[in-house]
Every structure is written in structure tokens, then in C-alpha cells.
Ligand binder design. Structure first.
Ligand code: ADP
Length: 217
């Protein structure tokens, strides 16, 4: 193209807005209370909670994904990463479109995702993890009791037998726990999850107040 052509060429300016989700990650073993805390935080204006497991369980079990989900979860295994990230991202984008999650003013409360380092990488810079709340449970029997109670209450196949629970805890130790190293110690707040739910919540909220002004109304 000659210089004349260049001068005559229409100038198009593409302005793209990169959406960043300011996120707080609830992290811990199955039964550590991530869902309980996430649900409460999600009722507070300025916080949007989305549990990855709930997104998966909401899919029709007759669909391909639904069948796949049951296949993996009933064995205590993780759903493959590309499917997990794809489905979860679609759900979050849908909530943004619907105006239920407003990334410019809300914190996204992550629960159950990322579940391994590859997922953390795949979430990339869209998900800006400001803080990781690591819910620690020193008492293994407490975890078993909570999961068994939940199995009865929520009809959860993956919590129903002891073998699957053991496998889920092993998956957590081997695949999920390394995510803590991925984010590094500066981002992590350890919270004693052996406490009562309101005490765990108090510790989380106290910390949020320390490092971040609440978002404007
Ligand atoms: P819990 O609260 O006990 O940790 P979840 O409800 O988060 O359990 O998850 C239930 C199951 O759903 C998991 O065992 C796994 O099979 C699947 N799952 C949930 N989140 C993810 C994820 N991010 N990646 C892969 N599999 C997932």
C-alpha cells in the first residue's frame, strides 16, 4: 500500500474493556465450611458468591455434562479442567449479563475453583485473587461428620460413602492444596475452621476490613 492509500485508510479504533473480577478465594478441604461461609458472604451487598460444585449440580443429569459430572464426582475425582473452567466461566458471564454480579463494584467469592494449579493458570488475569482464605480443620473426624450430615441433608452422592470421602480428601491433598503455593504466602490468611460458623465468618470479615475498603454502594 502506498502512502496515499495509507492516508485514505479509515482509522478504526478498537477500545476493548478488560473485565477483571476482584476475587476472594475460599479455600479448604471438602467439609471445611467453604459453602457455609460463601453463602453468608453472598447475602452481603458487594459480594457475589458462586460455588463451582453448585454450578455443576444444577446441570441436568441426563445431559452429557451431567453424566460426566456424576461419573467423576461419585468417584471423588475432579471434572476435567477445560470443561470445569468453561462451564463456570459461562455461568459467571451469564450472571454479569443478568446484572446479578457487577464486577465493577462486587467482590467475587470463589468457592471450589480453582481446584488445581492448572485451573488457577487458566483463570488467568480475569480473576484477580486479592486474598485466599484458607479454612483449616485440625480435626479429621469433624470433616467426616460434616460431610455425612451434608450427604443426608443435600442428597449428595459424593459424601455418601466413606471410600469416596477418603478419595476426595486425597484429591484435595494431592491436587488442590498446591494451589496455596501458586498464590503464595502473602495472599493467604489461615482461618481456624474448627470454630463455630459465626466465629469463622467474624475472622474472615475482620481480615477483609484490614486490607480493603468496602466497595462503594
Ligand atoms: P466440596 O464442597 O465438598 O469441596 P464441591 O461441591 O465443591 O465439593 O464439589 C463436588 C464435586 O464437583 C467435586 O468432588 C468434583 O468432582 C466436582 N468439582 C467441583 N468444582 C470443581 C472444579 N473446579 N474442577 C473440577 N471438578 C470440580
Amino acid at each position: 500500500m502506498g502512502s496515499k492509500g495509507l492516508h485514505n485508510a479509515p482509522i478504526s479504533v478498537h477500545i476493548s474493556f478488560i473485565v477483571v473480577y476482584k476475587s476472594l478465594l475460599l479455600f479448604g478441604a471438602p467439609g471445611s465450611g467453604k459453602g457455609t461461609q460463601g453463602k453468608i458472604l453472598g447475602t452481603i451487598p458487594g459480594f457475589y458468591h458462586c460455588a463451582c460444585g453448585d454450578v455443576f449440580r444444577a446441570v441436568d443429569v441426563r445431559s452429557e455434562f451431567g453424566k460426566g459430572f456424576l461419573h467423576y464426582s461419585s468417584k471423588g475425582q475432579l471434572v476435567p479442567d477445560d470443561i470445569s473452567i468453561g462451564l463456570w466461566s459461562a455461568q459467571i458471564e451469564g450472571m454479569v449479563q443478568a446484572g446479578r454480579f457487577k464486577p465493577d463494584i462486587d467482590f467475587l467469592v470463589l468457592d471450589g475453583i480453582p481446584r488445581n494449579c492448572n485451573q488457577a493458570k487458566m483463570l488467568g488475569s480475569t480473576v484477580d485473587v486479592l486474598r485466599v482464605f484458607h479454612l483449616t480443620c485440625s480435626d479429621k473426624t469433624k470433616i467426616y461428620d460434616r460431610l455425612k450430615r451434608r450427604a443426608l441433608r443435600d442428597n449428595r452422592l459424593d459424601d455418601i460413602n466413606e471410600e469416596v470421602i477418603k478419595r476426595r480428601l486425597k484429591t484435595y491433598e494431592e491436587e488442590t492444596k498446591p494451589v496455596l503455593d501458586f498464590y503464595g504466602p502473602d495472599l493467604i490468611t489461615h482461618v481456624n475452621a474448627d470454630q463455630l460458623p459465626y466465629q469463622v465468618l467474624r475472622d474472615i470479615l475482620n481480615h477483609i476490613e484490614h486490607y480493603q475498603e468496602p466497595p462503594a454502594e
